[in-house]
Design a protein around this ligand. Structure first.
Ligand code: HEM
Length: 406
C-alpha cells in the first residue's frame, strides 16, 4: 500500500493524463468508449462509465479519501489539519460535526431562505443593469451566492458585505483551500481568519440557529480553535466556490444553447427544475477521489487493494447508455447525475444548492435579453482530478429593461 500525501500531491501536480480545461468532454468520451476502467499508473485508475461510478460510490470495500481510519492512514503520513477537517465531515467517521451541520441545515426554513435569495439576486441585478459589460463571476456569481452561505453559517446581516469584499479579494489570490490547513501558530493574521475568529467567539457567547453555532455545539471534546476555524472555512469553501462555478458553467453552456436560454427567459421558474440537467451537463466537481480498501472488481478490471480510483463524474454524467443525446441540454430531463456525489458520499448541501442555483440562474437570465461571452477570454480554474470551472470572464450585456426585480 503506497498511498500517502506525497502520492496525492504528485498526482495533482503532474497529472499523468491531462484533460483540456476549456472542454474535457471529447477526451472523456474517447476514454469511456475505449477503456472505461483505465489504469493511468500501477495503482491509479480512471473510471468513466456511469454504472461503474455508481457501483464504486456504493461499494463497501471502497472508501472516500480520508474518510475512514484506514484511508486516513493510507493517505496522510500525519494527522494534519486538512485530514482532520475532511474526516470531521466524513459519512463514516462517526463524529458529531457532520450530523450537527445536517440537522442545522434541515432546521432552516427554506421558504424564508428562498425569499432572501430572490431579494439578493434582485439587488445584485439592479446594481449591474446600467453596464454594457460585466465580469460574471465577481459581479454576479460571487455576491449572489456569498449572501446565502454567509447567512446560513451565521454571519450577522450587517457584516456580510464587509466579509464579501474580503472573500472577493481572497478568491483572486488562491481561494479558500489554503485556509483549511490553517494553523494559528503560523501567525497568519489574514482579514478572513480574523473575521471568522471573531464570529466563532460571538457564537460561543450567543449561540443562534446557524451552522457556525451547530459546529461549536459539536465541539465538546476540547477541540482547539484552529480546528473549529477549519471546519467553518470548509463550509464556506464547499458552499460558495461550487455554487459560483455552477452558475459560471451554466451561463457559458447556455450561450451555445440559445433555444434553452430563450425558454428560461420566457419562464424563469424552469430554471429550478432545470438545475439538475445543467449540473449534469457541466459539473464543477469533475472527479471524486476514492480508495480500494480491498481488492475489488470494476467491470473487467481487477483493482488491487490500496489503489486510488478517480471517478470521473464529468464523463459518467454524459454516458450515452444512461442519458440519451448527452451533449445536449434538455430541460425536461430529470437526470440522476453524479455532480453531488452519490450514496454515502452525497453533498450535504445539495438541497440548498438546488434552490440557490434555480433562483440565481432564473433571475439572471430573465434580467437579460441576450448576452455574449468570448470563449477565449474565459479564465478557467481547475484542480486536476477534482474541480473545474471559470474563475473570471467578461460578458457583454443586453439587459431586459422590462424586467421587474421581485
Ligand atoms: C452546485 C453546488 C454544489 C456542488 C456541485 C457540490 C458537490 C459536492 C460533492 C460532489 C460532494 C462530495 C465530495 C466528495 O465526496 O469528494 C460535496 C460535499 C460537501 N458539500 Fe457540496 N456541493 C455544492 C454545494 C454545497 C453547498 C451550498 C453546501 C453548503 C452547506 C455544501 C456543503 C458540502 C459539505 C459540507 C460537503 C462535505 C461532506 C462530505 O465530505 O461528505 N455543498 N459537495
Amino acid at each position: 500500500m503506497t498511498k500517502n500525501k506525497d502520492d496525492i500531491l504528485a498526482l495533482l501536480q503532474s497529472p499523468p493524463m491531462a484533460f483540456p480545461v476549456d472542454n474535457p468532454y471529447p477526451a472523456y468520451q474517447q476514454l469511456r468508449e475505449r477503456t472505461p476502467v483505465y489504469r493511468i499508473s500501477p495503482m491509479q485508475w480512471i473510471i468513466t462509465q456511469y454504472e461503474d461510478a455508481v457501483a464504486i460510490l456504493k461499494h463497501p470495500d471502497i472508501s472516500h479519501w480520508g474518510q475512514d481510519p484506514q484511508t486516513q492512514s493510507m493517505m496522510f503520513s500525519e494527522q494534519g489539519q486538512m485530514s482532520k477537517t475532511l474526516y470531521a465531515y466524513a459519512p463514516d467517521s462517526n463524529t458529531p460535526y457532520r450530523k450537527k451541520v445536517l440537522h442545522a441545515l434541515a432546521a432552516k426554513n427554506m421558504k424564508i431562505e428562498v425569499e432572501a435569495m430572490h431579494q439578493q439576486a434582485s439587488r445584485v441585478v439592479e446594481r449591474l443593469r446600467g453596464r454594457d459589460q460585466i465580469e460574471f463571476m465577481a459581479d454576479f456569481a460571487h455576491p449572489f451566492t456569498f449572501d446565502t452561505i454567509s447567512r446560513i453559517i451565521g454571519v450577522p446581516k450587517e457584516k456580510v458585505e464587509a466579509l464579501s469584499d474580503i472573500v472577493g479579494a481572497l478568491l483572486q489570490s488562491g481561494g479558500y483551500s489554503q485556509y483549511i490547513t490553517y494553523h494559528p501558530e503560523s501567525g497568519d493574521g489574514s482579514a478572513f481568519i480574523n473575521f471568522l475568529r471573531a464570529l466563532v467567539a460571538e457564537k460561543r457567547a450567543r449561540p443562534d440557529n446557524d451552522l457556525c453555532s451547530a459546529l461549536i455545539e459539536a465541539c465538546t471534546d476540547g477541540e482547539d480553535e484552529s480546528f473549529i476555524l477549519s471546519l467553518v472555512v470548509f463550509l464556506f469553501y464547499a458552499g460558495h466556490e461550487n455554487m459560483m462555478k455552477f452558475l459560471g458553467n451554466a451561463v457559458i453552456a447556455l450561450q451555445s444553447h440559445e433555444a434553452v436560454q430563450d425558454t428560461l427567459r420566457k419562464d424563469p421558474r424552469l430554471a429550478s427544475s432545470g438545475v439538475d440537467e445543467l449540473l449534469r451537463y457541466d459539473s464543477p466537481v469533475q472527479f471524486l477521489l476514492m480508495f480500494a480498501k480491498e481488492r475489488v472488481q470494476v467491470g473487467e478490471a481487477k483493482i488491487p487493494s490500496g489503489s486510488m480510483l478517480l471517478v470521473c463524474v464529468g464523463a459518467a454524467n454524459r454516458d450515452p447508455k444512461i442519458f440519451s443525446n448527452p451533449d445536449q441540454i434538455d430541460l425536461q430531463r430529470r437526470p440522476a447525475h453524479l455532480s453531488f456525489g452519490a450514496g454515502p458520499y452525497r453533498c450535504i448541501g445539495a438541497g440548498l444548492a438546488q434552490l440557490q442555483a434555480g433562483v440565481g440562474l432564473g433571475k439572471f437570465i430573465s434580467a437579460t435579453k441576450a448576452y455574449n461571452i468570448e470563449r477565449n477570454k474565459i479564465q478557467w480554474k481547475s484542480i486536476p482530478y477534482m474541480l473545474r470551472g471559470p474563475s473570471a470572464f467578461p460578458m457583454t450585456m443586453a439587459w431586459n429593461h422590462d424586467f421587474q426585480p421581485a
